[in-house]
Ligand binder design. Structure first.
Ligand code: HEM
Length: 677
């Protein structure tokens, strides 16, 4: 592969690459939604077609013949060529398309990786893709072009379907492939004549016809496809679930890791009177969700009940597709590490003010201490008001709402108890406070906060962010205090129960703070090398969000299991945190897993921030804030776990998100340094 891509023409791209570029909708950063089976057939078809253009295979109506088994050097083509070469019987193109279709996802992954390496595609957080505008190729007449690669290919194909020129063999195949995926109508405005010409072009090529046949045949007989290609999903016995040793201490990821070991990466749990729950657990299903989930899963359904409580519809966690992409792009800066790094002087003030109330010898309940510590920072940073007096109520209301309306572990009326009704009113109190300080005149000269971003997006695009959604967006901002606060509780627990780690974190903290307060740029990877590995291990062993829910909008096959449209899936993305083959000796706290030689977190098995399009938007903000808080605690105080017996027997409270059990407390054993009053 060339280092420099200057002067490359699209002829240097393989057919799978051209197909993927055709399928990318440049406006949305998404691929056009193509039914999984059609897409798989088309992708495999593109591989066979490329092998045929490279004279490795030949096809006629009845058979596909091996011509030359020499490798092509292209990792997407060679495994397919090898399998064809090793097949004793002669088969036809349709047979090979069906046979390889279930492996098509790895071909897609490799193709995307190569397009990123070639700097044609850029990959963004949340698994969005954009095309880089460049003049890296020349057109067929030798002129430099300033389009993206996708536009260039689309122009070529439009010439082929809207004019009477005789198409190039390569273009014929691209037309067949895109037609199989049924997305021409999204790319071009087609009249009858163009449609007739597409049909005609598709008949010009044998590989293209075999693809269409394979798809038609499969659509006509879904039963056949089911039994021929997929494994049955096993149902977990309630006994295995209820008597799992990790259920007793609330370690949900470890429970799912055990179930996956016995039942495979896809299994079903049925509770009496409940809807069947299909679980995906393990690094391979994680990889699949991350890469392909967007085409098959939607977040809107499961969240609908919950957002209704706030009078909202279409908030960020429940959006899918192009609107979701737009919203994330617009709000990205508000949740970025850079936004926090620019305000660290305020963070230090809030933290010190909060810690100034800690008394040596006193004992504090862990989660309450840490949630309030984080909220003392997030509330002024995000919404510019103090909310310490109402945060307990806000959190209790949101947690009950999640349990009743998403997890459905309690009946809905439990959100309407008198206590909960009173707490619900704190959402209004919060919004009144926020509104009262966000008039344009009052914000002059203030650093931009999250509320400013939500309000200005609402003003400029009231369809994307309607007024009805602000209630949710602004109060949810504070609920980040729950996640971050609970992550801090776990981290302080891990630090206080392992004195040798405490010392190393303190050493990094002392070095950072010894000559005055550090700024954002001082938190370099080497300055907090140990603390960073330590926190990475905390999020592995104590993930706050152990799983995510989605609904299946397009049937898909993952790891050989078919998940039908309409199913509700539970993506247990952190089950792999407790799988021996991903993290050896998973129950031991081992910060060396993340040393360069081991790098165990590089695997898709490490997923504390979720997967795919809804990956935590605040993850970099959160990395920095968590590190700053832990370092400041270590710099000023020595904390102990109380009761001491908890130091090696932590139990979790897993609903609605993971946190240490209420019984965990921290005792302030020693104050190392004074705090400014
Ligand atoms: C330890 C702390 C945190 C953890 C473990 C965490 C984890 C997650 C996870 C797993 C999701 C995806 C949920 C899903 O797929 O359904 C998510 C979404 C999100 N998180 Fe976090 N989060 C944390 C803290 C934060 C913080 C501090 C912020 C704000 C600065 C934040 C902002 C968001 C946003 C905006 C989304 C929605 C993204 C979307 O739907 O596209 N998170 N988080």
């Amino acid at each position: 592969m060339p280092d420099s891509v200057e002067g490359l023409t699209t002829q240097s791209l393989s057919l799978p690459e051209e197909l993927i570029l055709m399928l990318l909708n440049e406006e949305t950063g998404y691929f056009y939604q193509v039914h999984g089976w059609e897409l798989n057939c088309a992708v495999v078809g593109s591989v066979l077609a490329e092998l045929s253009l490279l004279s490795r295979i030949d096809t006629d109506l009845d058979s596909l013949i091996l011509v030359d088994r020499t490798e092509t050097g292209n990792p997407t083509l060679d495994p397919v060529l090898e399998e064809i070469a090793n097949e004793p019987e002669q088969r036809n193109a349709q047979y090979w398309i069906e046979r390889f279709a279930i492996q098509a996802e790895s071909i897609i992954d490799l193709t995307l990786d190569r397009l990123v390496d070639l700097k044609i595609l850029s990959h963004h957080d949340g698994d969005f893709w954009t095309l880089a505008p460049t003049n890296w190729f020349t057109d067929l007449h030798g002129n430099d072009r300033q389009d993206t690669a996708g536009q260039f290919i689309k122009t070529r194909i439009s010439e082929c379907i809207f004019t009477d020129t005789i198409p190039d063999p390569r273009d014929i195949i691209v037309v067949c492939l895109v037609n199989t995926c049924d997305v021409f109508r999204f790319i071009f405005e087609l009249d009858d004549e163009a449609e007739r010409r597409i049909e005609l072009i598709c008949k010009m090529d044998l590989i293209g016809r075999s693809i269409a046949d394979a798809v038609e045949h499969t659509i006509a007989s879904p039963m056949l496809r089911h039994s021929a290609l997929t494994k049955p999903i096993q149902r977990v016995s309630l006994r295995d679930l209820l008597f799992n040793p990790h259920l007793r201490n609330g370690n949900i990821p470890a429970v799912f890791a055990d179930l996956a070991k016995k039942y495979g990466p896809v299994f079903e749990v049925r509770v009496p009177f409940g809807r069947p729950m299909i679980f995906l657990a393990g690094p391979e299903t994680n990889r699949w969700v991350h890469r392909h989930g967007r085409m098959h899963l939607n977040a809107g359904n499961y969240f609908a009940d919950f957002e209704k409580i706030y009078g909202a519809h279409g908030v960020m966690p429940s959006l899918d597709g192009a609107d979701h992409f737009r919203l994330r792009k617009a709000m990205g800066p508000a949740y970025s590490r850079g936004r926090l790094a620019g305000q660290l002087d305020h963070v230090y003030d809030y933290v010190r003010k909060y810690m100034a109330d800690w008394k040596v010898g006193e004992t504090y309940q862990a989660t309450r201490l840490c949630r309030r510590m984080v909220n003392a920072q997030l509330s002024p940073l995000f919404i510019s008001v103090d909310s310490q007096d109402i945060i307990d109520d806000l959190m209790a209301f949101k947690e009950r709402a999640l349990i009743t309306h998403i997890i459905k572990a309690l009946p809905k009326f439990m959100l309407n108890t008198p206590g909960m009704k009173r707490r619900a009113k704190t959402v209004d109190t919060l919004l009144e406070r926020v509104q009262s300080v966000h008039t344009p005149a009052q914000r002059v000269g203030c650093p931009r906060n999250l509320t400013d971003d939500w309000l200005s997006l609402h003003a400029s695009d009231p369809q994307l962010v309607p007024e009805a959604n602000l209630r949710f967006a602004l109060s949810a901002a504070l609920v980040a205090s729950v996640y971050l606060g609970d992550a801090l509780s776990f981290a302080v627990y891990a630090m206080a129960s392992q004195p040798e780690h405490y010392e190393k974190i303190r050493a990094e903290a002392d070095a950072l703070f010894e000559n005055g307060d550090p700024d954002g740029e001082d938190f370099t990877p080497s300055a907090i090398e140990f603390t960073h590995r330590f926190l990475t291990e905390c999020l592995r062993m104590y993930p706050i969000v152990p799983m995510s829910m989605r609904d299946v909008m397009n049937t898909f096959v993952v790891e050989g299991y078919e998940i039908p449209v309409g199913s509700r899936v539970y993506i247990a993305q952190t089950a792999s945190h407790y799988m021996e083959d991903v993290f050896p000796d998973p129950f031991s706290f081992d910060v060396d897993r993340y040393l360069p030689a081991r790098s165990e977190h590089r695997d898709p098995g490490y997923a504390p921030y979720g997967l795919g399009t809804h990956t935590c938007l605040g993850n970099r903000w959160m990395d920095l804030q968590l590190a700053v808080n832990l370092l400041m605690i270590a710099h000023h105080f020595t904390l102990e776990v109380s009761p001491a017996s908890y130091a090696d027997s932590l139990s979790f409270s897993p609903l609605p998100s993971m946190k240490p059990s209420k019984k965990l407390k921290f005792r302030i054993a020693e104050q190392k340094r004074g705090l400014p009053v």
